[in-house]
Write a protein that binds this ligand. Structure first.
Ligand SMILES: [Zn+2]
Length: 365
């Protein structure tokens, strides 16, 4: 029997791993439910500020950092900084908070989560509760509860007490899930969609910054967009405003996970960014990304996408007469839960690929 060929271990330099982990931890620790992205200004300035010539925050808090702003051509790298969460709808007499989802939640997820209510006077901690299954009829107990059957319990006994704790109708809520390294490369937390993308474009900015003189006549915009989770709204704004020659979008994509049938999902954690191929991804940009990945020996995966409506790419592609777009995604397990999992290697490889693209584009234009 032929000896089984040992699969080559995919590794990244330790300093890249550490930096990616640091960036992700900072971003994950800053809650940015859609609608409250302005709260990320400090962390964006801290992480991206050193690697751009200019950094501005637009009226709706899209963050736009630019390297080599004098360039007459431009590339935009985009990832959304908002994350799904909840909003407090009412406080009942018993002090329970009724809430609504902000962004698309899997209905199985919220019950049993620890949460943080982001009040004006600071975080208030709570849990999401509902009727225990033992007290329900069998058919009901087998189904996940509806949103209006759930409530946030902050430990208050009355509406008055909840208000005294600082909670108001309209406060945003996030899942309280800290950043954790499970192994050298695998990390979990809430909001890797799309903070792993934000970390990727910031790390790409650092790589480009270090070789800035090679940019020649090309400006590179590093853009963290708002309100992706409720309909790509920030991307519509910046796509129109900046109208770049090329837009490279980074979001997350489904990675193989327990129970997902093979063939349905074939993207794996740790095997490099998934480059999307399909109608809304411009073949010039996609082919070049693949060529560069091969040439520079950056691991990547191919992902077929027949439509593409789920990411900022969808909005930017049609901005003002059209933008050449591509999407290279970070493989993610358990998307839109409090335990999203990504692999640091994918973040690092994707940042390498984006930087190589920008520098090669500058060289050939
Ligand atoms: Zn996303």
């Amino acid at each position: 029997m032929p000896e089984e060929k040992e699969e080559k271990k995919i590794e990244i330099p330790e300093e890249d791993r550490l930096l990616a982990s640091q960036f992700l931890e900072r971003l994950i620790s800053t809650p940015t439910v859609t609608g409250m992205e302005r709260s990320a200004e400090g962390v964006v300035r801290e992480l991206l500020g050193p690697y751009v010539d200019e950094l501005r925050v637009t009226g709706w808090a899209n963050y736009v950092g630019t390297i080599n702003p004098e360039g007459s051509k431009s590339i935009m790298m985009v990832a959304h900084i908002d994350q799904i969460g909840f909003i407090v709808r009412s406080i009942d007499d018993k002090g329970y908070l009724k809430f609504a989802p902000v962004g698309g939640w899997d209905p199985k997820v919220p019950y049993g989560c620890r949460v943080k209510v982001l009040t004006k006077s600071g975080p208030v901690y709570g849990v999401i509760g509902t009727v225990p299954p033992h007290l329900l009829k069998k058919e009901k107990a087998e189904k996940p509860p509806e949103f209006d059957e759930l409530a946030i319990d902050i430990g208050a006994d009355s509406k008055k007490e909840a208000e005294e704790m600082g909670v108001r109708v309209g406060d945003y809520v996030v899942v309280d899930a800290p950043y954790r390294e499970l192994t050298k490369y695998r990390v979990v937390g809430a909001g890797f969609d799309d903070k792993s993308g934000v970390a990727t474009i910031f790390l790409a900015a650092k790589r480009i910054w270090e070789r800035k003189s090679e940019l020649r006549d090309v400006a590179v915009h590093i853009v963290a967009t708002v309100q992706e989770e409720i309909g790509l709204r920030g991307a519509y704004m910046v796509g129109y405003e900046l109208k770049p020659d090329v837009a490279l979008v980074v979001d997350v994509t489904f990675a193989t996970s327990p129970g997902v049938p093979q063939g349905k999902v074939q993207i794996e954690l740790g095997k490099g960014p998934a480059i999307s191929i399909g109608p809304i991804y411009h073949p010039d940009v996609v082919d070049r990304l693949i060529e560069l990945a091969e040439e520079k020996e950056i691991p990547y995966q191919r992902e077929a996408d027949p439509r593409g409506a789920g990411t900022d790419t969808w909005a930017i592609q049609i901005a003002r007469g059209g933008v050449k777009t591509a999407l290279s995604s970070i493989p993610n397990r358990y998307m839109h839960s409090g335990v999203e999992m990504v692999d640091l290697r994918d973040v690092v490889f994707n940042s390498m690929l984006l930087a190589e693209y920008a520098l090669a584009y500058a060289e050939s234009s």
